[in-house]
Design a protein around this ligand. Sequence first.
Ligand code: SF4
Ligand code: ZN
Length: 310
Amino acid sequence: MRCTSCENDAMYVRPYDKQALCVLHFNEHMLRRLKRSISKYKMFGRKERIAIGVSGGKDSIALLYLLNRIEKEFSESELVAITIDEGIENYRDEGLFFAKKHVEKLGIEHSIFSFKKDFGYDLDEIISKLGTRGESREFGACTYCGILRRKVLNKAAKEVGADVLVTAHNLEDEAETILLNIIRGDIQRLARLNPSPRKIHPSLIPRVKPFRTTPQAEIVMYCMINDLEYQEIPCPYAEEAYRGVVREFIFKTQENQPMLSFNIVRGQDKLLEMMKDIKTNKDLKDCEICGDATTSTSCRSCQLKRQLEV
Ligand code: SF4
Ligand code: ZN
């Protein structure tokens, strides 16, 4: 089959619009879609210091390379990388290895932060202290990991002087988060899931997800055809995730309905447009312990610390 845009052989046919692409045009489309997303949602300003979270997985490595290309066109902005070490044995070291390797190759400033140093406990210690899920431990490991990663990433972004924090969540991740918020009936959180950077609390660095309209399969393909190595072994706690059920639903349904995730994300954008006058940060207060944003009297990371220290 021929590429839709040139005479070369196509190596991939996009299931959602049947466009056939050669290697050259696949790379070009990836870059163009990313640029479109960045400009549509005004993700970055011209002179900003942009911090990207690089875990060493496929999404963050692909985004690092693509953003590095885009950023070079804007000499007044600056890209810096942040890696969070959660402290997960037989898992995090490999991710760190790939993160360091690629960041060094591109000559980007790199800062590594850890749960242990910034919170006092690493994830393995937290899970072993809290015990078995469903008995002494209330939630799956990913819930604790998510609470702390958000906290430490935000702290890291502040420490490196970033104006905006980039995470590499892809199309299906975003669709999953939207569905989870609906399932939980968490409309405030759904309304805060805005693609444009917004200062919703003085303690929070605005976040953006430039890959929120890029399908996971194309990120894997981008890494493959550009020889970008990344961490492939799964996290040992991944099977505890409730997200897994929703994720499975998305990928299974997508086999017959390739527009599914695009439709969910577009639906969210339309909903946000309709809700734009609703103040989404009205229930955000300062944590009485650390001052970070919370909807309660203390933030979830301070609550977790208290629980661990009892
Ligand atoms: Fe953390 Fe869960 Fe991801 Fe493992 S799978 S790194 S525990 S969020
Ligand atoms: Zn707190």
